[in-house]
Design a protein. Sequence first.
Lengths: 523, 258
Amino acid sequence: MRVLILLVLSASFVRAQVPFTRIVDADKEPGNWLTYSRTLDGHRYSPLTEINAQNVANLHVKWAHQFPDPSTEASPIVVDGILYVTGPNSAAAIDGRTGRTLWQWNRPLPSDFVSIGFGHTNRGAAVLDDKLFVATLDGYLVALDLKSGTERWSARVLDYKLGYSMTMAPLAIDGKVVVGVSGGEAGIRGFIDAYDARTGNQAWRFYTIPAPGDPGHETWSGDDWKTGGGATWVTGAYDPELKLVYWGVGNPGPDWNGDVRPGDNLYTCSFVALDADTGKLRWHFQFTPHDTHDWDSTHVPILFDAVVGNEKRKLISIANRNAFYYVLDRTTGEFITGRPYAKQTWAQGLDAKGRPIMLPDSQPTEKGALIWPNANGATVWQSPSYSPKTDLVYVSVREIGATYFKRTTPYKPGVLFAGGGENELPPDDVWGAIRALKAETGEMKWEFKLLSPPWAGVLSTAGGLVFSGSDEGNFYALDAETGKPLWDFQTGGPIAANPVAFNVDGHEYVAIAADRVLYVFSL
Amino acid sequence: MRTAILSLCAVLLCPLASPWNWATVSAQSAAAKPDSIAGKKLFQENCSTCHGLDGGGGRGPNLHTPKLKHAADERSLRALIGNGISPDMPAAWFLTDDEVANVASYVLTLGRVPQEKVPGDPVRGAAVYTHAHCDMCHIVSGLGNAVGPDLTDVNARRGAGQLHQTLEHPELTIPDSFLLVEATPLSGTSIQGIRLNEDSFSIQIRDISGHFYSFRKADLKELKKLRGTTPMPSYQKRLSATELDDLVAYLAAQRGPS
């Protein structure tokens, strides 16, 4: 066993260094997957073409890897034939040829840790230079040696006893590692942090709920801002030319009872663009002012350039949990266009600035009000994908309505602070889909219907394929142009993870986690 | 009960809603004595859609039982309410731990009330069961056919009121796991039967004579979900009022092995 590992290491760790230039130039090495969405622009698109619409029917399992924990949501990082995967407070390096573990790391979880409103999960790692970066549930950003898995440094990001936690994959930018926090159901005050990748020293912090004296504070009253929520629990994107970090912000607290926090509640349910050097706010755009439906805007955004009017613009698009698809200017935050991409019964539409025009009876009540989408509707944390070949954004859509009700919940540190809840419609009244939207407008080109609302993200490839998974365990490939199903495989476990594609020994592999198993497919 | 797989392994499936570790919460939950009166109100607001206003069952099981199927004691009942039973029962993750404790306390009072008195005679009811040929489609203690639900422990799922309603209007109380479907293959005749499982690409069906079918959806011309339709006839006019009462009494006595 030891000899075998040494052989694999010598074959694979040729470079073992991932300077930031490699991540920026990721398209020069399409066989690797160097950041959460492969590229910093959030595309989750692979330029690989070996597996394509003509041969995908021949795809078969190459190997499988069992995780120590169930319900894996991790998206692997792949560097030169080695996969780096994570679980709750754990990480491992896996041989891309065989699925055998090369090293393993874990950090014990304190016995008094409680996750409020989310699962014991982790969605992936970041890599930069000679280190792998992992965020832990109990609030540490840990840097591991890429070769050995040994801890090089760890930084305490937050106090889990107040309901904060971390589940997202960090984002490595030039010299820094950016992280966001969970805890939007615990009355936290959210933030986005950056740490020096070399030392672990904090570089900056941006609070998503502005303090007295800061712009945006006027959208709160009294002490509401102290428990204002605004979690940042999904990995953002980065534009290395503009040097801007784009990150989604979650719901205000308490979730369902807005009576106790009058105002727009900035910067909840917004996207923020932060200066990478200082963490200062460059612009913000709020999708759902004064949200009362738990519609976190915590999504992976898609950065793309397109002609708007007669002008080539740098754009950012977000398929939001409130069921609208938005296109913004990513230099200024200016609203370009938006339209619904999933069933919604709460807004008449968007005004010229992108602010929703609310319909009556679209708020939670004491008795309960049926509203679409539900709190976990439209799309949630699972990644969308953008193919520059088709100019389509592929979104994993959850069609669910729910009866929302509000309650009075006093704030107590480290305790659920939700102010209500919801009852989802029964299983046979809800469904799912993969929808292909025109990137510039959000207009739907095709949809592939699913039996139930999915938790799996989407991968598109230059082979003309779209991969995703279902709650019933199907991993499948669709034609990227038409949505026609071309191949599917029953994994035996619910899929709540994002797929990736990479090369091992020059051949294309596609990977997806299904419950506690990572499946890797090839031709 | 869409899939057996899901019910086994999807406890932590819903990444935002259900999968937090209620056991940990409960372990450190407040010392205050749970309030079953407050729990009753919460139960009626949040649980009665499936379990009935009085907990006598509906889409979800009858809770008037001293032994709950999924929870051995109060602590595990609190964990169950907090985590849900995916995909059948949603997690009450929006309730605080005190509120969950109150609901659990109320649910346990339901099991302490004496078995409900029913007007009929269970011995005569057994004869009605035989004469009405219920065993053509149902099993009691191993005897009969498995077209409809096994009735060996039917009272654990449904109280007398629910049983009466099912006999008179079976189409109103179809269990989720007994959806009637009609599948028409591209070539060949249609199959009507109970959906045993389904995903986006395939469906598994058992027809009225007990044969299993597994179809790729791509090989079907049509797949109809006959919601609100059941192979079970209404017994409202087929049996007298006394016979119905007797049959209900017999079924209400089916509580499974003790």
